[in-house]
Ligand binder design. Structure first.
Ligand SMILES: Cc1cc2nc3c(=O)[nH]c(=O)nc-3n(C[C@H](O)[C@H](O)[C@H](O)COP(=O)(O)OP(=O)(O)OC[C@H]3O[C@@H](n4cnc5c(N)ncnc54)[C@H](O)[C@@H]3O)c2cc1C
Ligand SMILES: Cc1cc2nc3c(=O)[nH]c(=O)nc-3n(C[C@H](O)[C@H](O)[C@H](O)COP(=O)(O)O)c2cc1C
Length: 678
C-alpha cells in the first residue's frame, strides 16, 4: 500500500473514495439533447478507468424548464435522464470510481431565448453580465415550484444510482439569494442573512425529505464573493457554520469569488500566468473552522501542489479538473510512479473559450479529450514499423513525432531553427504565457524516451527528405505572417511576429491592424503598450479579438486599459504611405465609402499566417498519394490515405498551419488523427 497522501482513501459517510483526486463539475457541452449520451459517457468513463476517485458529472445540470442551459447542460428535469445517467454511473462504478452530479437552477445566469422562452427568474431584476438576460423578479409560487424541482431532480439522480449530489451555490440561483448584489426581495427570502439563506435550506430540506439522510448531499459554495457590495468572507464563514449546524449538508466544495463578469471568473478559475492554488488556504480555513469534508479546485494543475493540498490537511479531496482534460490518465500515472509522463495542463483555457464560443470544450493540446469515442488516449503499436520523416518541429511536427515514435516507427524530424516549438516559442516569449512551452517540452521528453532523431538547424529541401528513404513524409512546416493585406505599402508595415521576436523595436505611436482577432495582435499590443507607446488596435470585425473568449481576454484588458490604448472596431486598414518620418495610415469601412486617417510612426499587421508549402508541392508529384482528403475518414478520426501513385516510395501528408492558418489545437489534432493509424 502506497503512503502517498494522494492515494489514501477518504471516507465520506458510507462512501469510500479510493484516493484523494477528483474531477469537479464542469460542463464540456457534450450532452446530446440534454442527455449524457455516448460522447459524454465515454469522457467520464475514460477518467474512471484511469483511477480518479470521484467524478462530479454535469456542469450545472438544470433542475427546471425555466433554467435553460447555455452550455448544452444536462436536463435533470426530464425523466429520461435517469436511464442515461444510470448507464454512465454503472460503467464508472465498474471501474471503481464514484460518481456524483451537480444540480442547479441557473436563475439569471442564462439566456431567456434558449429552449422554451420562459421568463428566467432571480431575486432581483438586475441583468447578469455574462449572458445578458434581464430576469423576472422571482415570485412566491416560483420559489415553491423550484424547491420541488430540486427535490424531483435529486430523486431522479438517486434512482440513477449516483453516489451523491452537489448543489451549485455560486453564481446560480442559490447564491443569487445569498448575495446582497442580486437579492433585493422584501419578503421572507430577502434582507437578513437568515432570510437570504431560507431558499437554500428549503431546498435542502425538500431533498432530504425525498432522498433521506443517508443520501450524500454537498454544496459547491463561494465563501467570499470578492465583489464590492457582495457577500463577504465573514458572511461566507457564517453561512458555512449555519450549513454545518443544520446537519443537511455532507460536504462543502469551496470556491472563492464570483462568476458574473469575465474578470471575476478569471480570478475564480485562474488561467496561465496566474498563481497556482490561489484559494487553497482559504478553503483550508473553512475546513479547519467547520470540520466539513472539504473539496476544492482552482488551478492545482500538478501533482506536487495537489499532494501538498492533502498532506497539509487543507483539503480532503483535491479537484484537478482541467488537469484531467489534459491528461485523463493522470491518476494511473501517479500510481505507476510515472508522474513525468503526465501531459501538463498549460492553463490556456481553450476548454472554456470553446464553450463560451458555443462549441464543445476541447483541450488545447490533447485532441482526444471529448473525442474518446473515436480517438484513443493510448497509442497502439504499429503492426509494420516504418521510416517516417517529418519536416518542422512546431506543435504539429512534434506531436506527429511523438505519436509515430509511440507506435514504434523510426522517426526523423528536420527543423530549420536551432530548437523546437515553431510559433509556440513566440507565444511563450510573453512571461504570462510561458506555460505554453510545456506543450513542446512534454512532447520532446516523450520523443527523447523513444529515440526520435531531431536534426535542428536544417532547412529541409526535397533532397533532404528523399535522402532519408522514407515510407511516410509529413510536412509540418507551418506558415509565415501574412501581412500582404494592402497591396502597395506593404514594405512599410511589420508583423506581430517582428515585434514579439524582438527583431523590430516598438514605435512610440503605433497602429495595430488586427484582421485575425487572435492572440498574436494582443500579445504585440501588450508588449508595445508596456513601453509607454500610444497604441490603437483597429479591426474590421464588429468586436475586437473575437477569437479570444471571456477569460483569456482579461489579462490583456487589465494591461491595455490602464495604458495608452484605444480600440477601433469596424474599420479596415486601406493603405500606408510614408510622410516625412511618419506613416500616414488610411482606414476604410466595409459599411460605406468613408475614410479616416492616422499619422503614426509604426504600423503592425496581424493577418494570420500564409502556409509554407513549397516543399509539399515539390514532393507531391513524387509521392504515392496525391494528398487527397477523405473527409469522412477524417471526421471519424481516421487518417486520410488516398493512394494514387502506387509506384512511388512514400506517402505524403501535410498538417497544421502548413495547410492553412488555424491554431495549436488544429495542428495537434491533424497530427494525432493522421499518425495514430500510420
Ligand atoms: C504570438 C502567437 C500567439 C499564439 N497563440 C495561440 C494560442 O493561444 N492558441 C492557439 O491555439 N494558437 C496560437 N497561436 C497559433 C499557433 O501557435 C499556430 O497555429 C501553431 O503553432 C501552428 O503549428 P504548426 O506546427 O503547424 O506550425 P509552426 O508552429 O509554424 O511550426 C512550423 C515549424 O516548421 C519549421 N520549418 C518550416 N519550414 C521548414 C523546412 N523547410 N525545414 C525545416 N523546418 C522548417 C519552422 O521553423 C517551424 O519551427 C499563436 C501564434 C502566435 C504567433
Ligand atoms: C469547460 C469547463 C466548464 C465548467 N463548468 C462548470 C460548471 O458548470 N459548474 C461548476 O461548478 N464549475 C464549472 N467549471 C469549473 C471547474 O469545476 C473548476 O472549478 C475549474 O476548472 C478550476 O479547477 P481546475 O483548475 O482544476 O480546472 C468549469 C470548468 C471548465 C474548464
Amino acid at each position: 500500500m502506497s503512503n502517498d497522501p494522494l492515494l489514501q482513501p477518504f471516507q465520506l459517510k458510507h462512501l469510500t473514495l479510493r484516493n484523494r483526486i477528483m474531477i469537479t463539475s464542469h460542463e464540456p457541452a457534450y450532452p446530446e439533447d440534454g442527455m449524457p449520451k455516448g460522447r459524454y459517457r465515454a469522457y467520464h468513463v475514460e477518467r474512471a478507468k484511469a483511477g480518479v476517485a470521484l467524478t462530479m458529472t454535469a456542469g450545472s445540470a438544470s433542475v427546471a424548464r425555466d433554467s435553460p442551459p447555455v452550455f448544452n447542460n444536462i436536463l435533470a428535469w426530464k425523466d429520461e435522464v435517469v436511464g442515461w445517467m444510470k448507464q454512465m454511473v454503472d460503467e464508472c462504478h465498474d471501474h471503481g470510481a464514484a460518481v456524483m452530479i451537480q444540480l442547479t437552477h441557473l436563475g439569471r445566469r442564462t439566456r431567456w431565448d434558449k429552449a422554451d422562452w420562459l421568463p428566467i427568474v432571480a431575486p432581483c431584476h438586475e441583468r447578469e453580465a455574462a449572458h445578458r438576460a434581464f430576469p423576472k423578479r422571482i415570485e412566491d409560487w416560483d420559489i415553491a415550484r423550484i424547491i420541488e424541482d430540486f427535490a424531483d431532480a435529486a430523486e431522479r439522480m438517486k434512482a440513477a444510482g449516483v453516489d451523491g449530489i452537489e448543489l451549485e451555490a455560486y453564481g446560480h440561483l442559490l447564491e443569487q439569494f445569498w448575495s446582497p448584489l442580486t437579492n433585493d426581495l422584501d419578503n421572507d427570502y430577502g434582507g437578513s442573512l437568515d432570510n437570504r439563506l431560507r431558499f437554500t435550506f428549503d431546498v435542502l430540506r425538500a431533498i432530504r425529505a425525498r432522498c433521506g439522510q443517508d443520501f450524500i448531499v454537498g454544496l459547491r459554495y463561494t465563501g467570499d464573493q470578492c465583489q464590492p457590495g457582495g457577500m463577504t468572507a465573514a458572511e461566507g464563514m457564517e453561512i458555512s457554520h449555519k450549513l454545518k449546524a443544520s446537519g443537511l449538508v455532507d460536504f462543502l466544495n469551496v470556491v472563492r469569488g464570483a462568476i458574473d463578469t469575465d474578470p471575476a471568473l478569471t480570478d475564480l478559475i485562474p488561467i496561465q500566468g496566474m498563481k497556482n492554488a490561489p484559494h487553497l488556504d482559504f478553503a483550508g480555513k473553512i475546513r479547519a473552522a467547520t470540520g466539513f469534508p472539504t473539496f476544492h479546485a482552482a488551478k492545482i494543475p500538478d501533482v506536487a501542489t495537489a499532494r501538498h493540498a492533502i498532506a497539509s490537511g487543507k483539503l480532503d479531496m483535491v479537484g484537478m479538473t482541467r488537469a484531467h482534460m489534459a491528461d485523463p490518465h493522470l491518476v494511473r500515472k501517479v500510481i505507476e510512479g510515472r508522474e513525468d509522463d503526465i501531459r501538463p495542463c498549460v492553463g490556456a483555457n481553450y476548454c472554456l473559450d470553446r464553450i463560451y464560443q458555443g462549441g464543445l470544450a476541447f483541450c488545447l493540446h490533447n485532441p482526444a479529450t471529448g473525442r474518446e469515442e473515436t480517438i484513443p488516449h493510448s497509442i497502439a503499436p504499429a503492426a509494420v514499423k516504418k521510416r517516417i520523416t517529418i519536416v518542422g518541429a512546431g506543435p504539429a511536427g512534434v506531436e506527429a513525432a511523438r505519436v509515430a515514435a509511440e507506435r514504434g516507427h523510426a522517426v526523423t524530424v528536420f527543423e530549420a531553427a536551432d530548437q523546437p516549438g515553431g510559433q509556440i516559442r513566440l507565444t511563450a516569449q510573453d512571461e504570462r504565457r510561458r506555460e505554453m512551452i510545456s506543450i513542446i517540452a512534454w512532447r520532446m521528453a516523450q520523443c527523447e524516451k523513444r529515440g526520435v532523431s531531431f536534426r535542428f538547424n536544417t532547412f529541409a529541401e526535397a533532397e533532404t527528405v528523399l535522402d532519408t528513404n522514407p515510407d511516410e513524409v509529413i510536412i509540418a512546416t507551418g506558415g509565415l505572417p501574412h501581412t500582404a493585406v494592402l497591396g502597395a505599402g506593404n514594405d512599410l508595415v511589420h508583423s506581430a511576429w517582428d515585434i514579439l521576436s524582438g527583431d523590430v523595436k516598438p514605435g512610440s505611436n503605433v497602429l495595430i491592424f488586427d484582421d485575425a482577432g487572435d492572440h498574436a495582435a494582443l500579445q504585440a499590443a501588450d508588449l508595445v503598450s508596456a513601453t509607454g507607446a500610444a497604441v490603437e488596435i483597429v479591426t474590421p470585425d464588429r468586436s475586437f479579438a473575437p477569437e479570444i473568449m471571456a477569460m483569456n481576454l482579461v489579462p490583456y484588458m487589465r494591461n491595455l486599459q490602464k495604458r495608452n490604448t484605444t480600440f477601433t472596431v469596424t474599420w479596415r486598414l486601406m493603405s500606408v504611405a510614408r510622410e516625412g518620418n511618419q506613416l500616414r495610415a488610411v482606414l476604410g469601412s466595409d459599411y460605406g465609402d468613408v475614410r479616416r486617417e492616422r499619422l503614426v510612426d509604426q504600423v503592425i499587421v496581424n493577418h494570420g499566417t500564409r502556409p509554407l508549402d513549397d516543399l509539399y508541392f515539390e514532393l507531391k508529384p513524387q509521392s504515392r498519394n496525391l494528398g487527397e482528403v477523405d473527409y469522412d475518414a477524417l471526421a471519424e478520426g481516421r487518417s486520410q490515405q488516398v493512394v494514387r501513385n502506387p509506384g512511388a516510395g512514400f506517402r505524403l501528408f501535410r498538417i497544421g498551419d502548413a495547410v492553412s492558418a488555424r491554431n495549436t489545437h488544429a495542428a495537434i489534432y491533424d497530427a494525432l488523427r493522421l499518425v495514430k493509424d500510420l
